[in-house]
Design a protein. Sequence first.
Length: 176
Amino acid sequence: MIVRLILLFALSAPSFCLTAAPRIAVLDFELKDLTLAPGIPAEIKRTASIKPLLEHELASAGYQIIHIPLSAQQDATSGVGYLFDHADAAANLGKQFAADYVLVGRLHKPSFLFAYLIGNLVRVGDQKLIGSYITESKGPNIDLVIKAVESLAVKIDDTLENRYTPPPPGKLKQQP
């Protein structure tokens, strides 16, 4: 009886490891506003909305979201764009919180007419940048930001597990 239990456990143990949900930390997105009126409250609000929307989309696909406090993110950086440009530093931050991957993002706004959601996906284990994504968002409308976030989630998922299926149009709403 005990031998059967041990054998059953031994045979099923690898499947637990293979089906464990990847752990992703999504850092707060930085705003890189190149317009003549940088950093207006509406852009700061839009930038702040990206992380929770993306976390929601990735969680709905079965990824485990790892929360890294903003204070830890600020402690790990040497200035604006540092974690975005240094995969090793982003990976070290993710390692402190047991993440498998870290997504470092930026909202790049070169114009009043459009902005780009840019994300770098870093694999924590080997500190490698494994994905660099750009998604365009035309206009400041929240529905357009939501579509850009969905597109970003698809791109991240294509690199990882292919678990994500975007909701039909109009089904994703901004999280409180």
